[in-house]
Design a protein around this ligand. Structure first.
Ligand SMILES: *Cc1c(COP(=O)(O)O)cnc(C)c1O
Length: 378
């Protein structure tokens, strides 16, 4: 039996399958999932997640870079993989070798891809208002020129929403304008005799807030992992999503702290009473934001314990005053449940003034990733 060490991630693949089914039943029948498994599958482990999704029948994936795609191919993933970001011309050979689909960033980039000389499969990015990647949707002349490059096998056209997580009027108006601009580009392509390409523009919140849109793919990331970007994020549809990841560590030692004593780097916390504290074997090198110093909390034996003092590279300190029977080796839950209580990735994110996407994607390579063994039914 696997012995879990100092700090680890537990993955619940049944919850992943559950979330996949939730989104498949939410989306229009012809719309397929294209899970975003970039950034090591948002910290979950790209190979484990990719293989699990492929076993569930998923045939399309998206990642940020060629190296992420190559890792998946080397692990036996055979489905289509779209590289969402920039690929240097020095890596174009890998696009061919590993059968990858590349994003066309703009007209100039299309020419670079064409000049490589080999046939490349691509999806054309359209900028409908985020102003990141993509040829501007109001430059139809330039968009149409992309179809003149003979070495591009264009199988998709896509855009990206930038305020689809917001539900106030200005955000909804902006998103609806983005959707309209994208439809206008697709219609114009059709009028010019260009057909046979797939369309997509929704990420997680694009689906959760605009579920009825008729596209061919939905590029879902964070929500597929059962996490919301922020706690109690309001959405138009509210599927039952279950967290895939738990983050756990261990108590290294327990000791008293006397009134007036201070702790940790910078001595940023001082005991105003007699206390009992514990050191935990996880730190900012594992992805726990230093921002959580004196702010975050963990679960030990079903009870909340505040983080005190500065978070260190490999360890952190917690207040376990009044905790009965706590001892070295006890499990500490940073994300996940302990008895009746649960800490969500979005709670950690909120406390650190960021979103769960950042918290999860920065979980360190030093963490072991293990499959949660379902407990036998009581
Ligand atoms: C990361 C990413 C996604 C997934 O976004 P989520 O909000 O995590 O669902 C979709 N599309 C693009 C272009 C992305 O970069």
């Amino acid at each position: 039996m696997y012995q879990k060490g100092r700090a680890w991630i537990e993955l619940n693949l049944e919850n992943l399958a559950h979330n996949v089914k939730q989104f498949q039943s939410l989306l229009p029948a012809q719309c397929m999932l294209m899970p975003a498994i970039k950034a090591n599958a948002y910290g979950h482990g790209a190979v484990i997640i990719g293989q699990a999704l492929e076993e569930m029948g998923i045939t399309d994936f998206c990642v940020a870079s060629v190296s992420e795609a190559v890792e998946l191919r080397n692990a036996g993933i055979t489905g289509r993989i779209l590289v969402l970001g920039y690929t240097s011309p020095r890596q174009f050979a890998e696009l061919v070798r590993y059968r990858l689909t590349q994003t066309v960033i703009d007209l100039a980039y299309a020419r670079q891809l064409h000049d490589f000389g080999a046939m490349l499969e691509v999806h054309v990015g359209i900028d409908t208002g985020m102003h990141r990647l993509g040829e501007r949707s109001d430059r139809l002349d330039r968009i149409l020129k992309i179809w003149e490059f003979k070495n591009l096998n264009i199988t998709g056209v896509f855009s990206h929403l930038c305020v689809s997580d917001g539900v106030v009027d200005t955000e909804r108006d902006y998103t609806l304008q983005q959707i309209a601009s994208f439809h206008a580009v697709v219609d114009a392509l059709h009028r010019n005799g260009i057909f046979g390409f797939k369309t997509h523009m929704q990420g997680s919140y694009g689906v959760l807030n605009y579920p009825g849109l008729q596209f061919d793919y939905a590029r879902i990331g964070i929500a597929l992992y059962g996490a919301y970007s922020l706690p109690r994020h309001q959405t138009v549809v509210t599927p039952c999503l279950k967290p895939v990841l738990s983050l756990k560590s261990r108590v290294e030692c327990v000791k008293p702290l006397h009134t007036g004593e201070s702790i940790g780097y910078g001595l940023t916390f001082t005991a105003s009473d007699e206390m009992q504290i514990a050191a935990v074997s996880i730190g900012y090198a594992d992805g726990i934001p230093r921002e959580l110093s004196n702010k975050g909390r963990v679960l030990v034996n079903g009870c909340h314990a505040p983080m005190i003092g500065r978070i260190c590279m490999d360890q952190l300190l917690i207040d376990v005053t009044g905790f009965p029977r706590i001892s070295a080796g006890d499990e500490v839950v940073l994300i996940g449940s302990s008895r009746e209580r649960e800490i969500f990735a979005s709670d950690v994110a909120d406390c650190a003034d960021t979103i769960s996407n950042e918290i999860l994607s920065r979980l360190g390579s030093r963490l072991e990733r293990v499959l949660e063994v379902p407990l036998p039914c009581a």
